[in-house]
Design a protein around this ligand. Structure first.
Ligand SMILES: C[S@@+](CC[C@H](N)C(=O)[O-])C[C@H]1O[C@@H](n2cnc3c(N)ncnc32)[C@H](O)[C@@H]1O
Length: 285
C-alpha cells in the first residue's frame, strides 16, 4: 500500500491548496514550503512563493538542485536497503511528495522497512499525519521535533516503538544541515544524534555549496536570511568536516549529488554549478 494514500482526487487537492492548518504561520516564508514550491508541489503560501521567486530570480536553476536532491535521497535509500538496512531515521523530512518519500523507496526494496520521520515545520506535521502510512508489514512514524535538540528525537516514544537502536539505523539529513549554521555546532548535534547507534549504522547527508558559483550562493543565503531563515552554504571540506569522529565516509566520497552513484552513468548529468549540492554516505566504525 506504499504510495496509495497519495492518490488524491482533484477535489481533495483543491481543499489542501486552500487550506491553512491551525497554528501554522503562513505570513512568513518557510524552507519546507519553499522547497515544495521548487519541486512543483502545492503546499505553499504567498509568502513562501514570494521568497522562493526571489531566490529563483538570483539562481533560476535552484529547481534543478531540488529535483536532483530528491533523486539523490531516493537512490541513497535504495542503496541502503540493498545493503540490508531496514531502519531509517529521516530528519528534515520535508512535505511528503507522492510516491517519492523515504518509506516508498525503502519499502520497494524491503516492505518491512521501518522509517521515523522528523521535521520541525507544523505544515509538514499536518501533512505527514495524513500521508505517511506505508506498507502494512513495515512501519512509519512521525516526530515533530527540532534537530537542534537530538534528545527530543531519540527519547521520543514514537522512535522507541518504531526503531530498535541495538541494530543498525540509517540516519538521513538531506538538505537540512545548511539550516544549521556553525554557531549552532552541527557536528556536535550529529554526534549527539548518533552516539547511541551501533557500529554498522549509516549517516547520509546532502548540503548546498557555493564552490561552483560563489556569487549566486552568497545572494541566495542572504535572501533566505532576509526571509528569516538562517543558513549557510559549505565548501566540500566544510561539509566533509561535519561528519563526527568514528565515522568513515564511504566510496565515492563527497560527491556532487547528481554524480553520486547515478542510476545511468552514461546519461548526461547536469552541470555541477546547476546542482550546487554535495552528498555523502558514512558508516559508523
Ligand atoms: C529542503 S527540505 C529537505 C527535504 C528532504 N529531506 C529532501 O531532501 O528532499 C529541508 C527540511 O528540513 C526541515 N528543517 C529545517 N530546519 C530544521 C530543524 N532545525 N529541525 C528539523 N527540521 C528542520 C525543513 O522544515 C524542511 O522540511
Amino acid at each position: 500500500m506504499a504510495g496509495s494514500a497519495f492518490d488524491r482526487t482533484p477535489e481533495q487537492d483543491a481543499l489542501i491548496e486552500g487550506w491553512t492548518p491551525p497554528g501554522v504561520d503562513v505570513s512568513r516564508a518557510h524552507s519546507a514550503r519553499m522547497y515544495d514550491y521548487y519541486l512543483g508541489g502545492k503546499t505553499n503560501f504567498p509568502a513562501d512563493r514570494a521568497a522562493a521567486e526571489k531566490v529563483l530570480a538570483a539562481f533560476p536553476s535552484l529547481r534543478t538542485g531540488a529535483q536532483e536532491n530528491r533523486a539523490f535521497l531516493l537512490r541513497l535509500v535504495r542503496h541502503l536497503a540493498g545493503l540490508g538496512i531496514t531502519q531509517f531515521l529521516d530528519i528534515g523530512t520535508g512535505i511528503p511528495i507522492e510516491g517519492r518519500n523515504t518509506h516508498d523507496a525503502a519499502q520497494d526494496v524491503a516492505p518491512h522497512s521501518r522509517v521515523v520521520y522528523v521535521d520541525n515545520d507544523p505544515i509538514v506535521l499536518a501533512h505527514a499525519r495524513a500521508l505517511l502510512t506505508g506498507h502494512p508489514s513495515g512501519a512509519t512514524a512521525y516526530i515533530d521535533a527540532d534537530v537542534h535538540n537530538p534528545e527530543s528525537i531519540l527519547d521520543h516514544p514514537a522512535l522507541e516503538s518504531t526503531l530498535d537502536l541495538s541494530r543498525p539505523v540509517a540516519v538521513l539529513l538531506l538538505a537540512v544541515l545548511h539550516f544549521v549554521p556553525d554557531e549552532h555546532k552541527p557536528t556536535e548535534i550529529l554526534t549527539r544524534l548518533t552516539d547511541r547507534l551501533p557500529s554498522g549504522s549509516y549517516l547520509g547527508l546532502s548540503h548546498v555549496t557555493g564552490d561552483f558559483d560563489p556569487v549566486s550562493w552568497e545572494r541566495i543565503v542572504d535572501t533566505y536570511r532576509q526571509s528569516g531563515i538562517p543558513g549557510q552554504a559549505r565548501s566540500r571540506e566544510e561539509f566533509a568536516a561535519l561528519v563526527p569522529a568514528g565515522w568513515e565516509i564511504l566510496d565515492p566520497g563527497v560527491e556532487i549529488i547528481s554524480q553520486w552513484q547515478p542510476d545511468n552513468p552514461d546519461a548526461e548529468l547536469p552541470d555541477p554549478a546547476l546542482v550546487s549540492a554535495y552528498g555523502l554516505l558514512a558508516r559508523k566504525l
